[in-house]
Design a protein around this ligand. Structure first.
Ligand SMILES: Nc1ncnc2c1ncn2[C@@H]1O[C@H](COP(=O)(O)OP(=O)(O)OP(=O)(O)O)[C@@H](O)[C@H]1O
Ligand SMILES: [Mg+2]
Length: 241
């Protein structure tokens, strides 16, 4: 069960598909994306359009696209987010609680929380987010700020997290989604995170995006090949030295 069931793309509103973001190959032929699982991953090469879509969804949810929630007062820079204006989100039921979390803008968000004073960061582990390490502050945000009914949009959460902490994140996701309360959409390059059981994985390496199995992802195949045969892979990689 997912709250957000479908995203429809209203292409008739677009005059020219030759400019960003309407020219992104993974997105330009999509009519609808369906969400059947509580946990959905966006995977694909760098620059394939994952963040662009995630931010457009966040904007439609009313979340601050710099990496906060509805109540967050960080100013939005919406110049390049016109994708959101052609999306229709179908909900059952509609939820307004949730969050967009981006590693790139997490620093700004931490500064914003700090500027509100100790009462504000009480719900983030009782300590200024800047006085916690990147990974610690990220997890304390996830553990303390997420909860209840909501839709959580995470953009490369692994950027801050050790492999061990990525496993912790899998547990947090599990706790939040297992009773059907939380829906997650996560853009990731991490073969650990995308292994979450029964998740849907959308590959942005196709035009339009398609659903793939875990084992079909390049992330799984390259990582597996590398770990199983590191010497050979490195030898081939450096063969013209
Ligand atoms: N503001 C912008 N103006 C023009 N092009 C942009 C803008 N932002 C992103 N792009 C381009 O749109 C494409 C998709 O970018 P996007 O950030 O969505 O990729 P991504 O899949 O999230 O990549 P990564 O895995 O590296 O985070 C890229 O080719 C990028 O160069
Ligand atoms: Mg991205």
């Amino acid at each position: 069960m997912a709250y957000l069931k479908e995203i429809r793309f209203n292409w008739d509103k677009v005059e020219s598909r030759n400019r960003y973001p309407f020219d992104i190959p993974s997105l330009k032929r999509i009519k609808s994306i369906y969400f059947k699982s509580n946990v959905t991953f966006f995977v694909g090469e760098n620059g394939s359009g994952k963040s662009t879509l995630l931010e457009a969804i966040a904007q439609n949810c009313g979340f601050c696209v710099k990496g906060g929630s509805r109540n967050s007062l960080l100013t939005d820079d919406v110049d390049d987010l016109s994708l959101s204006s052609i999306l229709t989100l179908a909900w059952l039921p509609k939820v307004s609680n949730g969050f967009l979390l981006r590693a790139e803008t997490f620093y700004d968000y931490a500064s914003y929380i700090d500027s509100l004073g100790p009462e504000a960061y009480a719900s983030y582990g009782g300590k200024s987010l800047h006085m916690q390490s990147h990974g610690e502050s990220f997890l304390s945000l996830l553990q303390n700020r997420f909860g209840g009914k909501g839709i959580y949009l995470l953009d490369e959460p692994e950027a801050a997290l050790s492999p061990q902490r990525q496993l912790v994140l899998l547990r947090i996701i599990r706790q939040l989604e297992k009773d059907g309360k939380a829906q997650f959409i996560i853009a990731t390059h991490s073969p650990i995170l995308m292994a979450y059981p029964d998740a849907d994985i959308y590959s942005f390496d196709h035009s339009p995006i398609i659903k793939v199995q875990y084992e079909e992802t390049e992330h799984y195949q390259v990582t597996r090949g590398f770990l199983n045969n590191r010497d050979k892979v490195l030898e081939e990689l450096f063969s013209d030295d």
